[in-house]
Write a protein that binds this ligand. Structure first.
Ligand SMILES: [Zn+2]
Length: 221
């Protein structure tokens, strides 16, 4: 049973998480319901530091955004969708998916927290959106999930990841955004596996020399 104090502390913690991820006052207010003045007082001591500008409007933006923005938006949205399907509330799913997005994509991040909030709103038809206008679909060609307009039949020519792979070889911007991480040399991996096998106790065979005996053991050794 959560008390009012528990609920309030949770709300303040959520607002703090959002502020740390760069949310503007309006976004934090939509998510938490805290009064804008209180949000400003708690998290924005420096009035100059308050994020400003026109709030994002994703349904229009997404369809005209360039490939890298659509890829980033899809990475965020698919994680958000999965967390929602795993029964996380929209606020936790938003914060979790945005944090995950920042761990897998390169700085400077193309998707701001406000944009992510707007995308999530329009995917679920919650917060600032009265109805959903996006959905996450699976590409029939590469099996990646991507964000698209609600009701769209999934096609590979609409998939940002198929386009990304196609363009990778001759687009330096795409290469910089998604650098290849070199795989370790196979011999290093083999050595590591051999070391691990050495450390593992043998399951059968003669292992008396290395197996300590414990009081109460009734083994045959
Ligand atoms: Zn694809």
């Amino acid at each position: 049973m959560h008390t009012r104090a528990d609920r309030h502390l949770r709300t303040v913690k959520l607002a703090k998480d959002c502020a740390e991820l760069g949310a503007r006052v309006r976004t934090i207010h939509s998510i938490t319901g805290l009064p804008p003045r209180e949000i400003q007082r708690l998290f924005f001591n420096d009035p100059q530091a308050i994020p400003r500008g026109r709030p994002p409007d994703s349904p229009e933006w997404y369809h005209s955004a360039n490939l890298l923005f659509r890829t980033d938006a899809s990475i965020f949205a698919t994680t958000y969708r999965r967390l929602r399907q795993a029964s996380f509330g929209p606020d936790d799913a938003l914060v979790g998916a945005y944090r995950h997005y920042r761990t897998v994509c390169q700085k400077p991040y193309r998707i701001s927290f406000d944009r992510a909030f707007d995308l999530a709103s329009h995917t679920d038809g919650i917060w600032i959106a009265k109805f959903p206008s996006f959905s996450v679909v699976t590409c029939p060609s590469c099996v990646s999930e991507f964000l698209t307009a609600l009701g769209t039949v999934p096609r590979s020519d609409a998939c940002p990841f198929c386009k990304l792979v196609h363009r990778y070889g001759n687009d330096p911007r795409v290469q910089t955004s998604f650098p290849v991480h070199p795989l370790p040399h196979p011999t290093a991996f083999q050595q590591e596996m051999m070391m691990q096998q050495k450390d593992e106790p043998e399951v059968d065979g003669d292992c008396d020399a290395r197996t300590p005996s414990f009081p109460g053991d009734t083994g045959s050794g």
